[in-house]
Design a protein around this ligand. Sequence first.
Ligand code: GLN
Length: 378
Amino acid sequence: MIDKLSRYGASIFSTMTGLAIKHNAINLAQGFPDFPVDPRLIELVNKAMVDGYNQYARPIGAPDLHREIESLIFGNYGRSIKGEEELTIYPGASTAIYIAVQAIINPGDEVIIFEPAYECYAPAIEIFGGIVKPIRLRPPDFTIDWEEVSSVFSDKTRLIILNNPHNPTASVWNREDFEALSGLVDERDCYILADEVYEFINYTDEGHLSIHSHEHLREKAVAVSSFGKSLHVTGWRMGYCVAPVEVTVAMRKINQFSVFCGNHAVQKGIADYLRLYFDSAKLRKEFMIKRDLVVDMLVASKWKTLPCNGSYFIMMDYSGISDLPSKEFAEWMVSKNSVALIPCSPFYSDTYDPKLVRLCFAKKEQTLKEAIEKLCKV
Ligand code: GLN
């Protein structure tokens, strides 16, 4: 069989960006910033190139970047990792996720995911012969029904994939969620894949609750993060993963025979930037201002914004505007109202299709204002 993913089409993110370009619409669909990258970061990557960081990096990641990530994880979550054995740099968090699934599951193994689920999880599971076990999050807060998770959990469950803060719903995990997960996976031969790429974009008072902080759970956790989100450089493809030693060994083998290593100069530039300038509090504050701007501007409209506790997305209920299915609604919005959004349906494995679309607010204030004026007229 040539096309092992024949039941999947083009990514909804590139599809909607393509439609935004075609219709000359404002793109609040695919998640990427439209504001400039910190010039100091550009300068440091440039310097790394001038300084000769232009050949292969260590497949496990450049030593400088290892050191900085180790101190980031220790500083934020109090966890000392052994980078040489547990930390690997990948070209993008999605690559790390794909390789983690490949390393962990065998054909017939079951993997629990929470829907709406980020679009790369299910195909990665299926291509390696795994069985997707979806659990539907409960709107409007998109909370987890742990009794349902427990009823789906079986001897074949080999992996649970969580995403916190969550794309697309902007929900975050609380302490009870972690306790429930702990009760479930204890004594079981099951790993946890924690996709925490929005770890620094959390708006709750207690801040981001990372799997790294859970002494118990982290022993079974593959924790994935990304500089694309934290440094506004999604096109640089720079993700990383902390995993138990046996999983890291397996993942590194796949990595060395496929992608081999991440971009060396970018790794060096990011390492220097993290050491000198990275300010996660500022990042959080800037996104919080953008989130509040969107919510405030939409209050008097026909749109209903759902709670946003993390990430740079916000879910919007359009049931006051249209009865169309979410994909058709998003197509109508981009072609007739010049704003591109992401429909909800591609995040579900079944036909469930609530009247929701996702808006990305990682945009300049001017872009957001122009777009929301259009949304308010609908
Ligand atoms: N993570 C981005 C989003 O959710 C998209 C990434 C991509 O297009 N592959 O919009």
